[in-house]
Design a protein around this ligand. Structure first.
Ligand code: NAD
Length: 260
């Protein structure tokens, strides 16, 4: 009974950002639970590598390109006969003070994080509503729970993802489609390792451990997240175990923020 609620046998899933970090872990966890996973990423080689690991289907796609997103979602439903799960994990970050942020940076971040999520949600929701069910999980961020300096573009894009999640959930619930988001705390991935890169591109683990120290202190658990910590939360949200859950923002964040 309990494992059955988490089983995804026979379900078809699309995971964006599947080439790295949280998206890659999500593709692997969903596949382990039985789903057939389309591993989509801007980096086609990385998508192929993940697909090999989880016996999935690779797809090179830029989520900010609306026509390409619709083509991917529609061809997946056509070729696989259905689309049950969409996980929007692809994301980018750019830093800069609000007073300095160039408009191009704001556009670049909004185009991928917010509009990319919007395109996939719109394409998938049309199919899921017609099909009579489905589950969408979007990726927000702990950045929506605070005002961290120098990442306004990123935080604003993620706040927009939160609102999109709630609005869509309110509109498609009657068709049996659930829409939720995760708002992860700090997770060890390429996105966060960028602060600790040596000139040759390798990660300086000593610098990383030192950089993470104050962040660990902010967590009651004293933890920094691993990609699987978020993938397991996403797995729960797309599974039947979450059949009564929609429009919610789940925060796998080590307890760093505890909003109502
Ligand atoms: N790592 C963290 O601490 C953290 C915290 C909160 C939220 N997040 C969010 O989690 C998600 C995954 O982040 P991650 O840490 O695994 O990062 P990552 O950099 O390891 O992976 C991001 C993936 O997205 C892909 N991508 C980027 N632009 C794309 C596009 N236009 N189309 C398709 N794919 C694209 C990249 O190629 C990469 O494979 C992001 O949305 C990020 O904002 C991360």
């Amino acid at each position: 009974m309990l494992p059955h609620a988490y089983a995804l046998d026979g379900r078809v899933a699309i995971v964006t950002g599947a080439g790295s970090g949280i998206g890659r872990a999500t593709a692997r966890v969903l596949a382990e639970a039985g789903a057939r996973v389309v591993c989509a990423d801007l980096d086609g080689e990385a998508a192929t590598a993940t697909a090999k690991e989880c016996d999935g289907i690779p797809a090179a796609v830029d989520v900010s390109r609306r026509a390409a997103v619709f083509a991917l979602v529609e061809s997946t439903a056509e070729q696989q006969g259905r689309l049950d799960i969409l996980c929007n994990v692809a994301g980018v970050i750019r830093t800069g003070l609000v007073v300095d942020v160039p408009e191009e940076d704001l556009d670049a971040v909004m185009d991928v994080n917010f509009k990319g999520t919007f395109h996939t949600c719109q394409a998938a929701a049309r199919i899921m509503c017609a099909q009579g069910g489905g589950a969408v999980v979007n990726t927000a961020s702990g950045a929506v729970d605070s005002a961290t300096p120098e990442i306004m573009s990123y935080s604003a894009s993620k706040a927009a993802v939160v609102q999109l999640t709630k609005n869509l959930a309110a509109e498609v619930g009657r068709y049996g489609v659930r829409v939720n988001a995760v708002a992860p705390g700090l997770v060890r991935t390429a996105m966060t390792a960028r602060h600790y890169l040596r000139p040759d591109g390798s990660v300086d683990e000593t610098a990383r451990a030192a950089g993470e120290k104050p962040l660990r202190r902010m967590s009651p658990l004293g933890l920094i997240g691993e990609p699987e910590d978020i993938a397991y939360a996403i797995h729960y949200l797309v599974s039947d175990a979450a059949r009564f859950v929609t429009g919610q923002i789940l925060r796998p964040n080590g307890g760093v923020a505890m909003p109502w």
